[in-house]
Ligand binder design. Structure first.
Ligand code: ATP
Length: 249
């Protein structure tokens, strides 16, 4: 289980996350929904530990722009001070917004890079799982990732994150810029990932409608603060949220 308590992130004097708390149970699928600039990526960076790397880079450049507060517990242990690579070893793996693949490396290479934490047997088995999950990738393994469509790149990005053997996958805006048909393919991988691998998922999105059927619980973030949280049913029952986030007024 992952528990974040009272997370606050400042970029200089700009408050990007304001006292955000979140829980993701083992085997759960949790949504984080919010408009542009609400703080979704900042939250994902805070949970994955990437924010510490960004903070470190800033310090190396002589700046002290990023301040962090709050605590993060994973399976009851305080991981607030752990770097991203240490959290990845515990199974917290981020699939970042805008995919961030190596464009000149092939699909197969991008996937294999993700498996650096895995044993050879795990990497081989997970590689096969990814190709089962996204059969479209079978014919693209030798193609440079930069030549793929946005949807194909997203499949590779999720596959690469799976290769890192997550226990909890953090999916930051996986549907960004994708056509509706391909959104469906991407989003329906979430229940498979959970049921076939026992991986829990935290997924952030701006437009929640395609994702809401697959989450059990979600947080609505506005201007860095959680303005509402609840089960899927509770949120879907709220007329304001239905209009603003679920597109089903
Ligand atoms: P989007 O959907 O646009 O990705 P988001 O919900 O993921 O939005 P964040 O990227 O977390 O939002 O940004 C939250 C706020 O923090 C925004 O106002 C953004 O401009 C600001 N911000 C994000 N990263 C930095 C940074 N490195 N330095 C300064 N400000 C930042």
């Amino acid at each position: 289980m992952l528990e974040a308590r009272g997370l606050m992130v400042f970029y200089e004097n700009m408050l990007a996350l304001n006292n955000v708390s979140l829980t993701c149970p083992d085997d759960g699928v949790v949504g984080v929904f919010g408009a542009n600039s609400a703080g979704k990526s900042t939250l994902m960076y805070a949970l994955s530990g990437i924010i510490l790397d960004i903070q470190h880079k800033e310090r190396m450049r002589g700046g002290e722009r990023i301040s962090l507060f709050g605590e993060i517990l994973h399976d009851g242990e305080d991981i607030t001070g752990l770097k991203a690579h240490q959290r990845a070893r515990r199974g917290l793996v981020l699939c970042p917004e805008r995919r961030r693949l190596f464009p000149e490396s092939t699909v197969a290479e991008n996937l294999k890079i993700g498996g650096y934490l895995a044993s050879t047997a795990q990497a081989k088995e997970t590689f096969a799982f990814v190709l089962d999950l996204f059969p479209a990738l079978n014919g693209l393994l030798r193609r440079p990732a930069g030549f793929l469509s946005g949807g194909e790149q997203q499949m590779v990005a999720i596959g690469r994150a799976l290769m890192a053997q997550p226990a909890l996958l953090l999916l930051d805006e996986p549907l960004l810029g994708l056509a509706p048909a391909i959104q469906h393919t991407v989003v329906k991988s979430i229940p498979h990932i959970r049921s076939e691998r026992g991986i829990s998922v935290i997924v952030s999105e701006q437009y929640a409608r395609p994702v809401i059927p697959y989450v059990e619980y979600a947080y609505i973030v506005e201007n860095g603060s959680t303005v509402m949280e609840g089960t899927r049913e509770t949120l879907l029952d709220n007329p304001d949220l239905r209009a603003a986030y679920f597109g089903c007024g």
